[in-house]
Write a protein that binds this ligand. Structure first.
Ligand code: FPP
Length: 624
């Protein structure tokens, strides 16, 4: 049972993985899965080829990074080399994901899977963040700490596998989205993953001790009267044996009480059933010989394993035969690692863009309203908006403030549709400032959910919108960073509207960061401090290509700019509206643009220059 019934080459062909380099990445992931995840590998063989290869890529790649992070040495002291390798891997992953390439085979397989299945990369960034700390050794004082780690590292990874299984029912929802409306399901998934993680902590004990690590909370050792020093010295005491039996019981109870998600495809039910049964077997093997855990991983008893897997294989094959996997994935072509960067777009990327389905037009406004016709020379090229008033809009209706942000997201989508309809080239939205961290926790949580969601929604609409992110990573949840980076990557070849999302943005911070980078370049001898022009300086801003703002709008009644685009908006026309953001729609944008078209701009000169001559400033005329 240790090799797939179908040869791996055939599995790759059926998964649409033809490129030799890519196959070698998937092969490395398959081998890592087989070597380190006996149960996961066995269950992957119950899945159809496209899901099987995706499972290998996710599991194998995460194991590869995890191995980099494992603190070396029996004393548990950090190996400084590991921190560097891990950092290099993560930074190469970010670059590869942004550019849609893979600069090493395992990363290539992982990125290929994420793009093929449109998996949000946030979970990996969260995982990386935790692994960075693992390099320095990790000990859990309490169950609570243990649970938190589990919820950051293991649950999201298992849920990605769950997300793949949902595709078998034709659903492309992420399990987290389902959990929002079915809280019981979320609790069940967490409990199930905790059962798996506790089981692994027991069976991996010997390997962990070899690295001076114990993946169990100190609280559990204390309660059982197990001395850490005894454990590290691999001394089997009666207390230790009791602890193992007790924890195995606990994991079994968790597993028994974590109901399986509603079975949407019979074969998925068979695979999940086999998965949990194999874990029960693993728990039994651990509890049957606790002292042996100090010296080796318990093997799954071969006979019991086969009795479980053989019928599962037959049933799964029958179920997939009767109800075939509904999706033929459309794997993306990854650019080769040596793709040159810079303005000269490589041939491959251009042909990739040409193969992409054309962008869809925005849906019309429900009222049937159509955009006004503005003379080309009176069109602003760049409109920037402070989307203010969500909280007050909700409070005025007796609703919690987060409801205002939910409605604000609707307004945002409609305004983007309207910007496309009228032919605006640049729309920049202030969604979250570096000062907004002072807001209450529930509101921050709502914003950190709504902002990436609305970005994903716009990407999924396949509009002619290129998404950019202006802001800093500091304090921003890893999944938000991941979503913004992936949105940038997924839309980099769109040419209609550039939508710049200012998230965790502060204008002064942007200028300070640019100055610091320029100073570094000067110190390194790559920039001449004596000849720094405004144009040269702007190259160090978050989005260097962002043109000057023509029209800056703030909704919600306040008349200030609150640290928004101080560099780019020095000559912007200002428009302050009483309307709170959730009450805005595309007609508000069109109306603002009409007002702009009637304004006169002087740029410091004496003669009055009508707005129409904005193009004299070297800005190209809009296309419509
Ligand atoms: C600045 O005012 C306003 C912002 C940074 C925009 C805030 C917008 C949101 C929080 C909602 C956007 C999200 C969605 C989903 C539409 P400020 O209140 O931060 O600063 P102030 O104290 O100077 O007024």
């Amino acid at each position: 049972m240790s090799s797939p019934a179908v040869p791996a080459t055939c599995v790759y062909r059926r998964s649409g993985i033809h490129d030799a380099a890519l196959r070698s990445g998937y092969e490395a992931c398959r081998r890592a899965t087989r070597a380190t995840g006996e149960i996961e590998y066995a269950v992957s063989l119950l899945l159809p080829p496209p899901l099987r290869t995706a499972t290998w890529a996710l599991y194998g790649a995460v194991r590869a990074v995890d191995d980099l992070a494992d603190a070396a040495g029996p004393t548990g002291e950090a190996d400084p080399g590991r921190a560097g390798w891990l950092e290099a891997w993560i930074s190469a992953f970010d670059t590869d994901l942004r550019e849609g390439r893979g600069s090493d085979p395992v990363r290539q397989a992982l990125i290929h899977t994420m793009l093929t299945w449109n998996l949000p990369p946030g979970f990996l960034h969260t995982l990386f963040e935790e692994l960075r700390q693992d390099v320095h050794g990790r000990q859990f004082a309490t169950w609570e700490e243990w649970r938190r780690y589990n919820s950051l590292i293991n649950t999201p990874l298992v849920l990605r596998a769950g997300s793949l299984l949902l595709r078998a029912a034709g659903l492309s929802a992420e399990p987290e989205a389902i959990a929002v409306s079915v809280p019981d399901a979320a609790v069940a998934w967490h409990t199930a993953v905790e059962a798996l993680y506790l089981t692994d902590a027991l069976v991996d004990l010997s390997d962990d001790l070899g690295r001076g690590h114990v993946a169990l909370p100190q609280e559990a050792l204390d309660e059982a009267g197990v001395c850490r020093t005894d454990l590290l010295a691999r001394r089997a005491t009666p207390e230790f044996e009791d602890l193992v039996r007790h924890l195995a019981d606990r994991a079994r109870t968790w597993l028994d009480h974590a109901s399986l998600p509603p079975v949407l495809h019979p074969a998925v039910g068979i695979a999940l059933g086999a998965y949990t049964d194999l874990y029960r077997l693993r728990l039994k093997a651990a509890a049957d010989a606790p002292a042996a855990l100090l010296h080796r991983r318990p093997a799954l008893p071969r006979g019991a394993r086969l009795r479980l897997l053989l019928p599962a294989r037959a049933k799964a094959a029958l179920a997939w035969g009767l109800f075939p996997f509904p999706i033929q994935p459309c794997p993306p072509e990854l650019a080769p690692a040596e793709t040159p960067e810079g303005p000269d777009e490589p041939e491959e990327t251009r042909s990739q863009a040409a193969r992409r389905p054309p962008a869809l037009p925005p849906p019309p406004h429900p009222s049937g309203a159509r955009p006004p016709r503005l003379p080309a020379e009176a069109m602003p090229r760049h409109v920037a908006i402070v989307m203010d008033g969500n909280g007050r809009w909700a409070t005025a209706r007796g609703l919690p403030r987060p409801d205002g942000h939910r409605q604000g997201a609707e307004a945002l989508v409609d305004v983007v549709h309207g910007a496309l309809e009228i032919g605006l080239k640049h729309l920049t939205l202030y969604a979250f400032s570096t000062e907004n961290w002072k807001r209450p926790a529930d509101e921050l949580q709502a914003l950190m959910y709504e902002i990436p969601q609305v970005v994903l929604r716009l990407v999924d609409e396949e509009l002619d919108v290129r998404v950019r992110w202006a802001g800093t990573r500091s304090r921003l949840p890893a999944d938000v960073i991941g979503t913004l980076l992936q949105a940038e990557r997924a839309t980099h070849d769109r040419t209609g509207l550039t939508l710049t999302m200012c998230v965790n943005y502060g204008g002064r911070a942007e200028i300070t960061a640019a100055a610091a980078r320029l100073a570094q370049e000067a110190v390194a001898g790559r920039a001449d401090p004596g000849s720094v022009s405004e144009h040269a300086f702007a190259r160090y801003l978050y989005v260097p290509e962002l043109p000057d703002v023509d029209l800056l709008v703030r909704t919600g009644g306040d008349q200030r700019t609150s640290n928004f685009l101080p560099w780019q908006a020095t000559y912007a026309e200002m428009l302050f509206l009483e309307t709170p953001w959730p009450a805005v729609d595309r007609r508000t944008l069109w109306d603002a643009m009409e007002q702009y078209a009637r304004r006169t701009r002087r740029y410091g000169s004496v003669p009055r220059i009508p707005a129409q001559t904005a193009s004299l400033r070297g800005q190209e005329a809009p296309t419509r």
